[in-house]
Design a protein around this ligand. Structure first.
Ligand code: KIV
Length: 269
């Protein structure tokens, strides 16, 4: 059987308007990257959600560029077909376009990313334009941008007031005009997501933004139910792996304590 065609920013971009929706999933290590790739996920995103779901922090702000490079590199070893995107962490690009160019360069050269994702709209449009001109595909991210939670006062739905709505629309337009091939729309009303999807030539990838986007993204830990107590409205659980893992660990501990593990056939002569 012929190997499935490699997914690239160009092949994804060609799907705009075709009705063929794009499935994006985060991954942070090689095992889950291989599973996602083998399952036919289109885009594997090494998100800076790393800070929350892997490092146990309350926000994404403390994630460093070195950490993103490291996780992107190990994820890249598990991805063959899917398109690999790496998040630009907080303050790796906000201070200057030059900072952003160098940070993206490290994610591509050392991390083996095939595109970078950055948060913001009008304010990062010039960086987006420069990156695209340098041959680096850019995925934007507007709406609830987690690197700005202190500005928002928490993880709150955005785009419910007229002013926010206009700003998010302008941000998405600015990114698309600057050459972004895709834009994540996070935690905004579905009608606004639909309006943006129709207004821009970039693909829209929703998370908590309804079904009118060109694709959807989920954090792997949410989809797998790895943190059973965390279940916001926009999450659909496709497995209960947190529960299953807890039960497996408890069964193992009980067997060790009862002398039931290892058995003879699990022992060398
Ligand atoms: O960091 C991340 O995982 C993300 C996705 C939720 C879009 O930005």
């Amino acid at each position: 059987m012929a190997p499935e065609a490699k997914v690239t920013a160009a092949t994804l971009r060609a799907r705009k308007g075709s009705g063929e929706r794009i499935a994006v999933l985060t991954a942070y290590d090689v095992v889950f990257a291989q599973l996602a790739d083998g399952a036919g996920i289109d885009v594997v995103l090494v998100g800076d959600s790393l800070g929350m779901v892997v490092q146990g922090d309350r926000s994404t702000l403390a994630v460093t560029l070195d950490e993103m490079v490291y996780h992107t590199r190990i994820v890249s070893r598990g991805v063959t077909r899917a398109h690999l995107v790496a998040d630009m962490p907080f303050m790796s690009y906000q201070a200057s376009v030059e900072d952003g160019m160098r940070a993206a360069g490290r994610l591509m050269k050392e991390g083996r990313a095939e595109a970078v994702k950055l948060e913001g709209g009008v304010d990062v449009a010039e960086l987006c334009r420069r990156l695209v001109r340098a041959g680096i595909p850019v995925m934007g991210h507007v709406g609830l941008t987690p690197q700005s939670i202190h500005q928002f006062g928490g993880f709150k739905v955005q785009g419910r007031t007229d002013a926010q709505r206009e700003q998010i629309l302008a941000d998405a337009r600015a990114l698309s005009d600057a050459g972004a091939y895709a834009i994540v729309l996070e935690a905004i009303p579905h009608a606004l997501a639909g309006e943006i999807t129709r207004a821009v030539s970039a693909l829209t990838i929703g998370i908590g933004a309804g079904a009118e986007c060109d694709g959807q993204v989920m954090v792997m830990h949410d989809l797998l139910g790895l943190q059973p107590s965390w279940k916001p409205r926009f999450v659909r659980r496709y497995a209960e792996m947190g529960k299953a893992a807890g039960e497996a660990f408890a069964a193992y501990a009980a067997d060790v304590r009862a002398g039931k593990f290892p058995a003879r056939d699990e022992t060398y002569e």
